[in-house]
Design a protein around this ligand. Structure first.
Ligand code: GDP
Ligand code: MG
Length: 166
């Protein structure tokens, strides 16, 4: 199984940290399928017969509104429709207007896994469940998973959740 995984989210939520944790030292670009995307490839993880091709989505734009951005956002939505699974990263307890903008361009026909990152930094663990429950009413996520990209908490579980979609 080989498939494209787009890791998206506003700046500073921990996308690069997560990608590095998931790929670890095993970065290699070996997939033939890798040449068939218009996304930017950040790395490929090969695990047994499964290849995860992690990509960035070009033109990702969430800062401003307006007509130009509507066009850009439509392109982003289309690009996200071309991957096998979208991993949307947010930060635990910190949902901003930039996150809201990302929420509004999530693709309808690609599974979206919501990753709630930085749970290691949570001051009150009990706040997490209501935060997650509220988000679950906003979109039909394939999965919702709290992680710490930095400490590697639940990042292996995330990989296993991505796997069936490849
Ligand atoms: P990106 O802009 O989404 O790629 O975010 P980065 O991966 O560059 O991370 C932004 C900041 O958040 C950096 O200072 C990271 O060290 C920090 N960070 C990332 N993941 C975690 C995490 O799981 N826990 C904590 N406490 N900090 C994190
Ligand atoms: Mg980054």
């Amino acid at each position: 199984h080989t498939g494209f995984v787009a890791i998206i989210g506003r700046p500073n939520v921990g996308k690069s940290t997560l990608m590095n944790k998931l790929i670890g030292q095993k970065v290699s670009i070996t997939s033939k399928k890798a040449q068939t995307t218009r996304h930017r490839i950040n790395g490929v993880l090969t695990e047994g017969d499964t290849q995860y091709i992690f990509v960035d989505t070009p033109g990702f734009q969430t800062k401003h509104g307006g007509a130009l951005n509507r066009v850009l956002n439509r392109n982003v939505s289309q690009a996200l429709g071309e991957v096998d699974v979208v991993v949307w990263v947010i930060e635990a307890m910190k949902f901003t207007s930039q996150d809201e903008a990302v929420l509004n361009i999530l693709p309808r026909e690609t599974p979206v896994i919501l990753v709630v990152n930085k749970v290691d930094a949570l001051e009150r663990k009990n706040d997490l469940l209501p935060f997650v429950q509220k988000l679950s009413t906003r979109f039909d996520f394939a999965q919702i998973i709290p992680v710490s990209a930095k400490n590697g908490i639940q990042t292996d579980v995330l990989l296993n959740q991505i796997k069936p979609y490849l």
